[in-house]
Design a binder for this molecule. Structure first.
Ligand code: CP
Length: 299
């Protein structure tokens, strides 16, 4: 793997290998050392989980990390991202983890900048592949046969890069039933896999996994605004709505969570919640991604 840009670039074999690698790191804390490598985190959007877990993953593998503070970088003086990356590359940085508001930018950069590895850490409303991979790892720790599962993704599907990447991932593995649940105003523009419903009850009925999405206020235009009290009434994951799913259903959320909006605290902190497990697994999955890029990927 030279870059990680999108789930669609990966075969089922490559995805399985990444999950196995991440699980191996989780259970065998003897890691390869890549002390000759330096990684730059370029985050043009806010992040806690993704940025910190890539940094921790790099540290665990002996990779030096530069967190560029973009509010103080020379991009404020008119430098474009291509020149920022070429400048960092000239200093010996070969790995770039990029989060950006622009759909497709990491892919475009991978075609313009030679001899580097690029990881898409979330581009606009397009893709968030490392999140989808860590979600798959978390599901596979607890559920064995994806073809027998019913999975519901609930929330703002219209603007969710996580939902896009998950649909592509679940299509690759032929998940038994994928239901995308949202009010009509937040239905996805494109469905990659699964079916869409406005009924939370129907979507959650007998589900094995419930993936709750954040209401992304910052991405909503005027025509997409929804009264949050109505959303909470009809779509929140509460103990009542979770009761439609199987009694051992996993509750997941990529984070950050809005307590009392898309998910109740009773559920987020409850026995069926895997939200913090996703966060912990994120470090191991990002170690697996960096390892695959360095060990297998030629620049
Ligand atoms: N899930 C996710 O991408 O979280 P952060 O925005 O905190 O990185």
């Amino acid at each position: 793997m030279k870059h990680l840009l999108d789930i669609n670039q990966l075969s089922s074999r490559e995805i399985t290998s990444l999950v196995q690698r991440a699980l191996h790191f989780k259970h065998n804390p003897i890691y390869p050392r890549y002390s000759h490598c330096t990684m730059a985190n370029l985050f043009y959007e806010n992040s806690t989980r993704t940025r910190v877990s890539f940094e921790l993953a790099a540290n665990a593998l002996g990779i030096s990390v530069v967190n560029l503070d973009l509010s103080r970088s020379s991009e404020c003086k008119g430098e474009v991202i291509d020149d920022t990356m070429k400048t960092l590359k000239a200093m010996g940085i070969s790995l770039f983890v990029i989060r950006h508001t622009q759909d497709g930018l990491p892919q475009a950069l991978s075609a313009r900048i030679d001899d580097v590895h690029i990881v898409n850490a979330g581009d606009g409303q397009h893709a968030h592949p490392s999140q989808a991979l860590l979600d798959l790892m978390t599901i596979l720790e607890h559920k064995s046969d994806l073809t027998q599962l019913k999975i519901a993704i609930v929330g703002d599907l219209r603007h969710s890069r996580v939902a896009n990447s998950l649909q592509c991932l679940f299509a690759t593995f032929g998940v038994g039933e994928l239901v995308l649940v949202a009010p009509a105003i937040w239905h996805p523009k494109t469905v990659h896999y699964g079916r869409v419903t406005t009924s939370l009850r129907e979507g959650l009925e007998n589900a094995d996994v419930v993936i709750c999405l954040r209401v992304q206020q910052e991405r909503l235009c005027d025509a997409e605004q929804m009264d949050l009290a109505s959303y909470r009434r009809d779509y929140a994951i509460s103990n009542t709505s979770l009761g439609y799913a199987k009694s051992d259903a996993m509750v997941m959320h990529p984070g950050p969570i809005n307590r009392g909006v898309e998910i109740d605290s009773d559920v987020a902190d409850g026995p069926q919640s895997f939200i913090l497990r996703q966060v912990s697994n994120g470090v191991y999955m990002r170690m697996a991604i960096l390892d695959a890029l360095i060990a297998d990927g030629r620049t």
